[in-house]
Every structure is written in structure tokens, then in C-alpha cells.
Design a protein around this ligand. Structure first.
Ligand code: URA
Length: 207
């Protein structure tokens, strides 16, 4: 089975140790076509843990999560919701960019959603990151992150924007739509306002 587990160091003392080890992960086939592993980034003492789906094209090139168009939109939404960038740590459910290349479309790499199998394989990295973080609130950005944290039956559309218990850790969690969904939507303004409203629910936990 695909599994990042054997690549995750036991009792890593810090996130940098994990990041270094994750650079060599071959726990699933996604590592081969991708440029690099994109590990989480941010304040190790953050009160807000943001979890996306997987790196996109720009993230794969630059090696950092949410640095492309979705990241710019997310930054704006966080600011509007009153969440300080310094108070966040940002990561993804899957740490490699999954894409297809259509020959007729030249060099463009088109994002493909990770499967449950790939998300499950990568979960040991997210678990290891979470074991070194102590956030007050987790924010699941989109269905993939929601399912990775709360199980494959989780439906963001039905459960978004409310404080949910994250039993496993005694913390709380807010699920919302993925920022990329805003970029793709016809009713971008309404989708964006919905994202900000959900982030405000997370911000309220911080007091
Ligand atoms: N979308 C994600 O889910 N994560 C990123 O890092 C960038 C885009």
C-alpha cells in the first residue's frame, strides 16, 4: 500500500527535522513527476493551523504552500477575517503536486485532485506536523482536508462554517471551501464572502 509512514522520523524534535525527511518521501507515486515535496510553513507556535489540499503549480516550483493565486486570495480572506499571518501555520493534506499534462496544451500542468488512497498515504506527515503544533483552531480548506481530518464521509458543504470538535486532539476545527473554488466560481464575490465568514468563525475562537 502507499504509505508515507516509513519515511516519517520517530519523535522528531522539530518541524525542520520533519521537513528535511519529507523532502525524500517516496511513500506514494506522486513524488516522481513532482518537482519537490512542499512541506508546511509558518509559525510553529501558531494558534491557527490551515490545511489545504495539495500544492499547486506555483507551490511545486517554489517549494512553499499557498504562494500561487489561491494563496493570494487566502491571504486577503485571512486579513479580512482578522487572522494575523504571524499566527498561522499552513500545510496541505497531500505534500506533492498531482497533475496531468495534455500534449496539445504544451507545458501547462493541470491540477488533479488526490485520491483517498493518496491522502491516506500522506496522512502520517500531517499527523507528525500536528504532533509538534499546538493550535487553538484547525481550518480545513476544502473537501480533501476535511476528509483527511474527519473521515471520508465528511461533507464540507453540509458542515462548513461551524465550530466542530476535533476529538482526536481536543481542539476545534472549522471547515470551509477551498480558495481555488472561489477562483473557479461564477459567483466569485458570494463565494469569497462565504470563505471570509467561515474564517471569522475560526477567528472568534482566538478571542
Ligand atoms: N492549493 C492548496 O490546497 N494548497 C496549496 O498549497 C496551494 C493551492
Amino acid at each position: 500500500a502507499y504509505d508515507a509512514g516509513p519515511f516519517v522520523p520517530d519523535n522528531a524534535p522539530d518541524l525542520d527535522t520533519l521537513r528535511t525527511a519529507a523532502a525524500g518521501c517516496e511513500g506514494c507515486p506522486l513524488h516522481a513527476p513532482a518537482t519537490r515535496t512542499v512541506f508546511g510553513e509558518g509559525n510553529p507556535h501558531a494558534r491557527v493551523l490551515l490545511i489545504g489540499e495539495q500544492p499547486g503549480d506555483q507551490e511545486d516550483r517554489q517549494g512553499k504552500p499557498f504562494v500561487g493565486p489561491a494563496g493570494r486570495l487566502l491571504d486577503r480572506a485571512l486579513e479580512e477575517a482578522g487572522i494575523e499571518p504571524d499566527d498561522t501555520y499552513t500545510t496541505n493534506a497531500v505534500k506533492h503536486f498531482k497533475f496531468t499534462q495534455v500534449p496539445e496544451r504544451g507545458k501547462r500542468r493541470i491540477h488533479k485532485s488526490p485520491t483517498l488512497r493518496e491522502t491516506t498515504a500522506c496522512k502520517p506527515w500531517l499527523d507528525a506536523e500536528m504532533s509538534l503544533l499546538d493550535p487553538d483552531v484547525l481550518v480545513a480548506l476544502g473537501a480533501t482536508a476535511g476528509k483527511a481530518l474527519l473521515g471520508s464521509r465528511f461533507r464540507v458543504t453540509e458542515r462548513r462554517g461551524v465550530l466542530l470538535p476535533y476529538e482526536e486532539r481536543g481542539e476545534c476545527l472549522v471547515a470551509t471551501i477551498h480558495p481555488s473554488a472561489v477562483l473557479r466560481a461564477d459567483d466569485r464575490d458570494a463565494m469569497y464572502e462565504g470563505l471570509v465568514a467561515d474564517l471569522r468563525v475560526a477567528a472568534r475562537v482566538l478571542g
